[in-house]
Write a new protein. Structure first.
Length: 311
């Protein structure tokens, strides 16, 4: 986790009592929890990020308080969605909206997260700065790498540097570029309702392996991080095995179907080969005779005359 992100977490912890506090009080608290080696720019930037996120509000010059609802603190964990968005009405936008609506939003809301996508943020700052702020401050990031969008890969890399939780998704059947093909990725298929439900279940279980608490003890933090990585890797590997078994079953079923079709076609060909010459002649002549009934009648008369002459 970056120092700025840690400062933001601790400021929220300090202001969680709902009382207004001065900048000096906030800095004193940071020193007590072991955060002291930071620049004035890092501190000011952290305050500004929390103000933009509406996690805190300014009461007076140098005095801040956490935002509150009628019943208490409104601060929630945030999931920032990174995905190719595209123009309104485009295939990219339609896919992004469906992924957001039918998979990401219901899962995150059930896990207690506020879901945010950059095009839904009303902010006076530049889009780039807003994205950077969200990548730094959000407890969770879900990134859709479908379409190999360069902005998405850049934002993935930036988030990776924070050492905070990120989950990767992609459309079923799409390849992963060589440089990032070791990234653990869940596939989704918005045209398959069973797959949608399976993807949602996998996301919920993966989110459950994360710890969103910040550890003050460095050794404890490293151990917790290692435990999370191990749990996520095992869970993802199990899902990959499950997908491989399903794919193998589909291939076997397809092969069986092709084999049955080949046997039926061979049997049909053999039946056709065993037909007599008379049968083949009748199949050829009958359509023409039906088109011309007079010729058919003449042929019958000629056959009767031929039979009488034989007698």
């Amino acid at each position: 986790m970056t120092k700025s992100a840690r400062i933001q977490e601790k400021i929220i912890d300090f202001l969680a009592d709902g009382c207004p506090h001065t900048v000096q009080e906030i800095k004193s608290f940071l020193a007590r929890v072991g955060i002291s080696d930071y620049s004035e720019g890092q501190f000011s930037g952290s305050i500004n990020t929390l103000l933009r996120n509406k996690s805190i509000k300014k009461m007076d010059r140098g005095i801040y308080v956490i935002n509150q609802n009628q019943g208490g603190i409104s601060f929630m964990k945030t999931c920032f969605v990174v995905s190719p968005i595209g123009d309104v009405g485009s295939e990219t936008r339609i896919n992004a909206d469906k992924l957001y609506k039918y998979i990401i939003s219901p899962v995150c809301e059930s896990c207690g997260f506020e879901v945010v996508r950059v095009d839904q943020i009303n902010d006076s700052d530049s889009i780039t700065q807003t994205i950077i702020d969200k990548l730094l401050s959000s407890e969770l990031v879900i990134a859709d790498i479908s379409g190999h969008n360069p902005n998405v890969f850049y934002e993935m890399g930036y988030r990776k540097c924070t050492d905070r939780p990120i989950i990767h998704l992609k459309k079923k059947g799409e390849s992963i570029p060589f440089d990032v093909n070791t990234v653990r990725t869940f596939e989704y298929d918005l045209t398959d309702l069973d797959n949608v439900e399976e993807t949602k279940k996998r996301l919920e279980q993966t989110i459950g392996t994360f710890s969103f608490e910040i550890q003050d003890n460095t050794l404890g933090q490293d151990e917790e991080h290692s435990r999370q990585i191990f749990s996520q890797d095992i869970l993802t590997m199990l899902y990959q095995i499950q997908d491989s078994i399903t794919e193998l079953k589909e291939q076997i079923s397809k092969k069986d179907t092709e084999t049955i079709q080949a046997i039926m076609q061979t049997s049909l060909n053999n039946v056709q080969k065993e037909e007599s010459t008379d049968t083949i002649m009748m199949k050829m002549l009958l359509p023409e005779l039906l088109k011309n009934p007079e010729s058919f009648q003449n042929l019958i008369q000629m056959a009767e005359i031929a039979n009488k002459s034989k007698k």
